[in-house]
Design a protein around this ligand. Structure first.
Ligand SMILES: C[S@@+](CC[C@H](N)C(=O)[O-])C[C@H]1O[C@@H](n2cnc3c(N)ncnc32)[C@H](O)[C@@H]1O
Length: 281
């Protein structure tokens, strides 16, 4: 049954030294603060708050692929009565998530290292389960969604956020943009996760409550940390992983930088979210 399980580099980080892991953590941090990712996350949490049956009492939330605890500040602010149980496969990220909870003084966050697909010990204990930028990297996504659906109560909610890593970027040659987007097509496990959120949640027996689609955009590489961090600073990781040659990466980045300096930069991509409900018995 586990034979078709798979993942991309995000499921294989445990063997890496701390230095590259901290670079990846800093990119995740730049993604956390990117305003559209942030808006999608905050709206998902607020929508879940509105749908949860007993918002007055303790609200138990599971986060699959919680990474470094990016969601915690928003959950703590928007659902102050939440208890958060985060699961992530990467040990170092769990340590960073615990550090974040300590520095926020939030004591009802528990972070555990494990594979969400096989951790099945909480049977129906949660009011909601969420994942943010996980379905892109781990599969089959239906197995991930199934684990999340089993974790929530009858009438409980499963919320997923995903993005489509296929950028619109101003470049002087079409081939530059095609080569840049090819990096993600080759690198990620499930490139079409964002366009299939409803199908993935339904496959886990959930009924769709609602979905949202957002466009993230910027007029400068330096408008917010995400753009330079994701497009320029990650290049050595892409080159090291054999996703693009150094010469080609340099040429593309030089072109984008030049366009940016002229004030002609445009970058955009799509982010989606969807909420499913476990049928009340
Ligand atoms: C792109 S990161 C997103 C992290 C976080 N949700 C965020 O928004 O910053 C994907 C995360 O999935 C985790 N991951 C990969 N495979 C996993 C699995 N099988 N079970 C749980 N987490 C997994 C990785 O360790 C990584 O932290």
């Amino acid at each position: 049954m586990m034979r078709n399980w798979g993942s991309d580099f995000f499921g294989q980080l445990n063997g890496l030294p701390k230095e590259p892991l901290n670079i990846i953590a800093s990119v995740l941090e730049a993604m956390r603060t990117q305003r559209t990712f942030r808006l999608a996350r905050r709206e998902l949490i607020a929508d879940l708050r509105g749908l949860i049956m007993s918002p007055g009492g303790e609200v138990k939330i599971l986060e699959a692929g919680c990474g470094t605890g990016a969601s915690l500040p928003d959950i703590a602010e928007l659902i102050p009565s939440a208890s958060l149980y985060g699961v992530d496969y990467t040990r170092h990220f769990i340590e960073l998530a615990e550090e974040r909870a300590r520095s926020l003084g939030f004591s009802r966050a528990t972070y555990v290292q494990g594979d969400i697909r096989s951790l099945d010990v909480w049977g129906g204990a949660f009011d909601a389960a969420i994942c943010d930028k996980l379905l892109l990297h781990v599969g089959p996504p239906e197995v991930v969604a199934g684990a999340m659906a089993r974790a929530v109560k009858s009438g409980g909610l499963v919320g997923a956020i995903e993005w489509y890593p296929n950028f619109l970027l101003s470049t002087s040659k079409p081939s530059y943009l095609a080569s840049f987007n090819e990096i993600f097509r080759k690198a990620v496990y499930n490139i079409n996760a964002a366009s299939n959120l409803e199908r993935i949640l339904r496959s886990a027996g959930l009924s769709i409550v609602g979905s949202k689609t957002y466009v993230a955009e910027a007029k400068s590489l330096d408008e917010e940390p995400f753009w330079r961090s994701f497009i320029v600073n990650q290049a050595p990781l892409f080159i090291h992983a054999g996703l693009i040659s150094e010469a080609e990466a340099r040429e593309i980045i030089a072109d984008i930088e030049e366009i940016n300096e002229r004030g002609e930069f445009h970058g955009s991509f799509i982010v989606r979210s969807s909420i499913g409900m476990k049928k009340p018995i």
